[in-house]
Design a protein around this ligand. Structure first.
Ligand SMILES: *Cc1c(COP(=O)(O)O)cnc(C)c1O
Length: 823
């Protein structure tokens, strides 16, 4: 048999096997048949047939990891923003084409049934999506890894827009069952809360501490298999659900502790009920701290159980076998928790316990924004975790002695470095605890890591010059190019072969075709087709008709002042005003597309969403602008919506105030799909500019140093208001009822935020420069060939930003892990 015939036969049989499996599940798992089944049933049956392959891979992987007793990384994250899994699992298993064919023969459209899957939205934004990209890369690179997090019953709220305003609705991603997850009651853990600590004197006068908890809660693990590209390694994401246990301590009840707990109405089941919807703000709520401790403690105990299976009570190999990466400070309470287990349970002495602990943890810092740096009232920790507060004090006491060695008699530096912030209310700084308790600390882009060293933790850097480092974020090209942009993926594979999803730097071979007119046409034809698809989606979702020939200008990310959606909006209003003043004003037709959720308690962010929608309503219905501008706010921005918007984007808005965006990953996804960035020199934009070249990106605005200088001399927003008549006109427009008929002043809060109290985000300072950059974009789009070349070079030069490279950086600099190839 010739090679191709053989391949055809393999492919035939594999397709037929899939077809047979789907039908079998339709009959035997779902109790329906081909005639009765709706899309939801087809989706479930297809999931079940894919899951057969997934579970086989999982079994082999676990066997392999067990027999090799490998060192593994444990990625602790309060958020995993996974999105949908069907398309990803099919692509990573190499079954997408066959499944598509099999379903076609059954009269079913794979794309349609994939729409039945609810997003797993167990995260807010970038931080949670990063965790999801990382576990994809870990499995793809055959690295032993477990993701640990919370099994929220309700993920991030669903956003509806009513009369221009955001309404939050509960997200119920498991309403009809989730076909990917496996319940593991055999691995339940119990965790303690509240109560008091008893000091006892053991043999030879040794002090022993015993925590008498007031409440015990059960943690039930759910495993979500994580399939690596190529389908060899299948790791797990283990998410903990809280459950009530029968335990009730009458001692503690009588002592008052449990009564307190009841008053606060912390019931076991509420712990994993909801994801806190705050992005870049600490919640400061008791339940949030309990969530953090609950999943950290369950995960640690799970790790220790597995370690003991191989090593018994010998702790000497623990830090050689186990590394734990803390995704931000959310799981930082794991540090005193491991210390507690080593001291009170394993009965190690302090120095031995601390040596193990500080060789186990590494910490990723995600932000410099003061409002996002977690601090907990010491009294709150004392009430919920009394033993942990003692341990934190002891860690701090010993650390202060170290500081005294380096800066003798310097109380200022001690105040600054202390885990405890003194004041009206004593607070525990989780960032300081994380740096002190970890062997490595990383920022998430070069500029951000430099600022962590220079501004956030300079003294820590002096004490431990090797500890602080950088690992620039990345994204998985499997989801963010191969799966979401199938047409472009095929074109790329035709040109350079099909192994680019594993070796993204190979995209650079496209550069040599960037000047080729035929290739430019092919590339831009696909972009156009993707825009036609998105235009249909926009019409279906909002009723707004948009022109696929217009520039699709996209800003998609959480709504936050530092991300400056309002800068984009002010510029749109300025363009609109220019068109009204001069009907001959020359510009390429442009569609401004937004997607963004605001934290429910963030008033100004919600006002900005309202303003975008009101301005959109006015402009989209104004015949005078002759369809030169359209503004679309797509509700309920989430991973599955991102996957539809990104392949259709011409322009990517990455316009945060310099120094405020740690990295960004949306910037990477858009550029990878051939969108040109309009961006500040902030976060990973700087590294994107380095890669694509200054001629293929539109950089504008103040630099980090210039923002700093402006702060030094005092930022005066009224200067810009009075000196730039366009700024003044646009801001004053917000105060009229032009965009909010009958409701003058409904948008005034935005104007106030930009002028009064100094605006830490410096919107007006960057307006002119932004507007100039946008004029260059407009001009550039007029030259189709030049634009195509720039778009191609963006895709071609994004190799650095694969999350595989990020993971390899972590392995080299921090984790020191070896591959474990699964047979
Ligand atoms: C990538 C992604 C983000 C992060 O976007 P940034 O622009 O980096 O803030 C947020 N939400 C979703 C759904 C994403 O896919």
């Amino acid at each position: 048999m010739s090679r191709t015939t053989k391949e055809k036969n393999v492919s035939m049989s594999s397709k037929n096997v899939i077809k047979e499996a789907i039908v079998r599940h339709l009959h035997c798992s779902l109790g329906t048949d081909e005639n009765k089944a709706n899309n939801h049933a087809w989706w479930k049956a297809t999931c079940a047939s894919v899951q057969e392959h997934v579970l086989e891979g999982l079994r082999k992987t676990q066997k392999s990891h067990y027999f090799n007793d490998t060192r593994a990384v444990h990625y602790f994250s309060a958020e995993f923003l996974m999105g949908r899994l069907m398309s990803n699992n099919l692509h990573n298993l190499g079954l997408f084409e066959h499944t598509d064919q099999a379903l076609k023969e059954l009269g079913v459209n794979l794309t349609d049934i994939m729409e039945e899957e609810p997003d797993m939205a167990l995260g807010n934004g970038g931080l949670g999506r990063l965790a999801a990209c990382f576990i994809d890369s870990l499995a793809t690179l055959d690295l032993p890894a477990v993701g640990y997090g919370l099994h929220y019953e309700h993920g991030l709220f669903r956003q509806e827009i009513k009369n221009g305003e955001q309404i939050e609705r509960p997200d119920s991603w498991r309403d009809y069952g989730n076909p990917w997850e496996i319940c593991r009651p055999e691995s339940i853990q119990e965790i303690s809360l509240f109560g008091y600590v008893e000091t006892k004197y053991g043999e030879n006068g040794k002090i022993q501490k015993e925590w008498h908890p007031g409440m015990i809660v059960k943690g039930l693990p759910w495993d979500i298999p994580v399939v690596g590209y190529g389908g060899k390694t299948v790791n797990v994401l283990r998410l903990w659900q809280s459950q009530a246990s029968r335990y009730f301590n009458w001692d503690v009840f009588n002592a008052g502790g449990y009564v307190d707990a009841q008053k606060e109405n912390v019931q076991a089941e509420t712990i994993s009920k909801v994801l806190y919807p705050n992005d870049e703000t600490e919640a400061g709520k008791e339940l949030r701290l309990i969530q953090q401790y609950f999943f950290s403690s369950c995960s640690l105990k799970d790790i220790i159980r597995r370690y003991k299976r191989a090593h018994g009570d010998d702790w000497s190999a623990f830090s050689a076998q186990v590394v734990i990466q803390l995704n931000d400070t959310h799981p930082a309470i794991a540090i005193p928790e491991l210390m507690r287990i080593l001291l009170d349970r394993a009965e190690l002495d302090w120095d031995s316990a601390w040596a193990i602990s500080t060789k186990t943890f590494a910490y990723t810092n995600h932000t410099l924004l003061p409002e996002a740096l977690e601090k907990w009232p010491a009294r709150m920790i004392e009430k919920i975790l009394p033993r942990h507060l003692e341990i934190i004090y002891e860690i701090n006491h010993r650390f202060m002695a170290q500081v005294e060695q380096v800066w003798p008699g310097d109380d200022k530096v001690k105040q600054k470095l202390s885990i405890i912030e003194e004041g009206d209310e004593k607070m525990v700084r989780m960032g300081n605890l994380s740096v002190i308790g970890s062997f490595a600390v990383n920022g998430v882009a070069e500029i951000h890591s430099a600022l962590v060293k220079k501004n956030l933790f300079p003294e820590f850097d002096k004490m431990w010059p090797e500890k602080l480092t950088n690992v620039t974020n990345g994204i998985t090209p499997r989801r963010w190019l191969k799966a979401c942009n199938p047409k472009l993926s095929s074109l790329i594979s035709e040109k350079i072969g099909d192994d680019w999803p594993l070796h993204l730097e190979k995209l650079n071979e496209l550069s040599q075709h960037a000047d080729n007119l035929k290739f430019q046409k092919q590339f831009m034809k696909i972009k156009h087709e993707n825009k036609v698809d998105l235009a249909k989606e926009v019409l279906a979702l909002t009723g707004i008709k948009i022109n696929p020939k217009a520039i699709f200008d996209v800003q998609i990310k959480r709504l936050h002042e530092y991300k400056r959606q309002h800068l984009n909006l002010l510029h749109i209003m300025a363009l609109y005003r220019r068109l009204l003043e001069n009907p001959d004003y020359q510009m390429q037709p442009r569609v401004f597309l937004f997607g963004a959720k605001a934290a429910p308690g963030y008033k100004l962010a919600k006002d900005i969403i309202y303003a975008i929608n009101q301005v959109a309503e006015k402009i989209n219905n104004d015949k005078r602008v002759n369809d030169k501008i359209k503004v679309v706010f797509l509700p309920n921005y989430r991973v599955s919506l991102a996957e539809k918007m990104i392949p259709a984007a011409d322009v990517s808005e990455q316009i945060s105030t310099a120094g405020k965006e740690a990295s960004g990953t949306g910037n990477m996804k858009l550029s990878l799909n051939g969108a040109l960035t309009v961006g500040t020199l902030d976060g990973a934009n700087i590294e994107i500019a380095e890669e694509v070249g200054d001629e293929n990106i539109f950089i504008f605005g103040l630099t980090v140093d210039e923002v700093h200088q402006l702060d030094e001399k005092g930022y005066k927003p009224f200067d810009y208001y009075y000196q730039n008549s366009e700024i003044k006109a646009v801001l004053d427009w917000l105060e009229t009822d032009y965009f909010t008929p009958g409701k003058p002043g409904a948008l005034a809060s935005i104007k106030r935020s930009l002028l009064e109290g100094g605006d830490p985000y410096k919107v007006l300072a960057d307006f002119e420069s932004y507007s100039a950059a946008q004029s260059l974009v407009d001009k550039a789009y007029g030259d189709k060939s030049a634009w195509a070349k720039m778009a191609i070079l963006n895709t071609a030069r994004m190799g650095k930003f694969t999350s595989d490279r990020s993971i390899q950086d972590y392995v080299q600099k921090i984790w020191k892990l070896d591959k474990c190839v699964v047979e």
